[in-house]
Write a protein that binds this ligand. Structure first.
Ligand code: GLV
Ligand code: GLV
Length: 330
C-alpha cells in the first residue's frame, strides 16, 4: 500500500521526523523561514497532511491548492496563522502543540520580566561598551520584583504557569481573562480583575492570550495610559495584541517604565523600527518555546497529530472539534 503524502513546511527536529518515517511519504522544507508560496502550493497539490510553521498563512488559497488535505498540524500552540473556519468548512483537521511548551514559554516570559525590571540587557551592553567606571548608588537602578503586582492577561495554561512563577517571587498575582476561573483563584492565589482595573493596579503586565479579532490591539494607547508610570509590559503572546506604535510612544515618552517583548507585529521586526532604539525596551526574536525539551516535544506532537489524522483518527490536539460534524468527514 502506498503511504499518504505529507508536506513538512519547516525543518522540525529529528524526534518528529523519526515518527513520520515509514508512515508518510513526506517532503521537508529544510531552509530558514517560510517556504516560498508558489513552491509550497505545488508541494501541497497531492498532500493529505501539512505540518505548518507559524509563519505560513494557511488561508482559502492554500487550502484550495490542496484538495486532498485532511490535516493542518501547526508546530506551535498559537494558530492565528490558520483560517480555521475555512479548514473546518472543508472537513480538514487543525491541530496545535499545547502543554509541551507551557513551562518554556512561561520561563521566557519571566526571564523578560526580570531582565526588564533589572535592566539586565542594558547593563550588559553598558559594561561591554566601556562605560563602567565605578560602582555607584544610582547605577542602573531598576524595579523591585518582590512584593510587586503582576497582572496576567489571558489565564490559559501559560498564564497559569506564569502565576506559579510569580508566587515563587513573592508577587501578588492579578489576572484578567475572557472567562473567569474561580477554581484557580484559590489554588494559584490569583485575583480576578476587569482589564482596566488590572492595568491600573499592576506593576508588571504580562500578555498570555491568543491572537483573535477580540484581542487584536487589546493593549492600545488608552490601555497604556491606564498603566502606572513605573509599570512594565511583557509580551510573549503575539505582536498584534499590542498596538506597537502606541507602545513605542508609551516607552519613549515614559507613560510606562518599559517593555519586554518576544513578539512583534512584523517578524522579524525591521532593524530600523524605532522600538529598537529605546534602552527601556528589551527585545527577543520570538524564542518563547525555544528550549531543547520543548522543541523536541513540539516536533513529536505535531508529527503525532498529523499521523493520527492520516490514519483517520481524531488527533490529540484538535483545535476545531466542530469538524467532526461537518460535511465531508465520516
Ligand atoms: C509560538 O509562538 C507558539 O505559538 O507556539
Ligand atoms: C483570554 O482572554 C483567555 O480567556 O485566556
Amino acid at each position: 500500500m502506498s503511504l499518504p503524502k505529507a508536506y513538512v513546511g519547516l525543518p522540525i527536529q529529528e524526534a518528529g521526523l523519526e515518527l513520520l518515517r515509514g508512515k508518510a511519504d513526506f517532503e521537508v522544507w529544510e531552509k530558514e523561514g517560510a517556504p516560498p508560496r508558489e513552491g509550497l502550493l505545488r508541494g501541497l497539490k497531492d498532500a493529505e497532511g501539512f505540518l505548518s510553521g507559524l509563519f505560513t498563512r494557511v488561508d482559502e488559497e492554500l487550502l484550495d491548492a490542496a484538495p486532498k488535505l485532511k490535516v493542518v498540524s501547526n508546530y506551535a500552540v498559537g494558530y492565528d496563522n490558520i483560517d480555521v473556519p475555512a479548514a473546518t468548512k472543508r472537513g480538514i483537521y487543525v491541530t496545535n502543540t499545547p502543554d509541551v511548551l507551557t513551562p518554556a514559554t512561561a520561563d521566557l516570559a519571566f526571564a523578560l520580566l526580570l531582565a526588564s525590571a533589572r535592566r539586565v540587557i542594558e547593563a550588559n551592553a553598558f559594561l561591554r561598551s566601556g562605560q563602567w567606571k565605578a560602582w555607584g548608588p544610582e547605577l542602573l537602578v531598576g524595579v523591585e520584583v518582590s512584593g510587586s503586582a503582576l497582572g496576567i492577561v489571558g489565564f490559559g495554561k501559560i498564564g497559569q504557569a506564569m502565576a506559579r512563577r510569580a508566587r515563587g517571587f513573592d508577587m501578588d498575582v492579578l489576572y484578567f481573562s475572557a472567562t473567569r476561573r474561580p477554581e484557580l483563584e484559590q489554588s494559584l492565589g490569583a485575583k480576578y480583575l476587569p482589564l482596566d482595573e488590572l492595568l491600573k493596579e499592576s506593576d508588571f503586565v504580562s500578555l498570555h492570550c491568543n491572537l483573535t479579532e477580540q484581542t487584536r490591539n487589546l493593549i492600545g494607547e488608552k490601555e497604556l495610559r491606564m498603566m502606572k508610570k513605573t509599570a512594565v509590559l511583557i509580551n510573549t503572546s503575539r505582536g498584534p495584541v499590542v498596538d506597537q506604535a502606541a507602545l513605542y510612544r508609551a516607552c519613549a515618552e515614559r507613560w510606562i517604565w518599559g517593555a519586554g517583548l518576544d513578539v512583534f507585529v512584523q517578524e522579524p521586526i525591521p532593524l530600523d523600527d524605532p522600538l529598537l532604539t529605546l534602552p527601556n525596551v528589551t527585545t527577543l526574536p520570538h524564542i518563547g518555546s525555544a528550549s531543547r525539551t520543548a522543541r523536541d516535544d513540539m516536533a513529536r506532537k505535531s508529527a503525532s497529530n498529523l499521523l493520527a489524522a492520516l490514519r483517520g483518527e481524531r488527533p490529540h490536539d484538535l483545535v476545531n472539534p466542530e469538524v467532526l460534524g461537518s460535511v465531508g468527514k465520516c
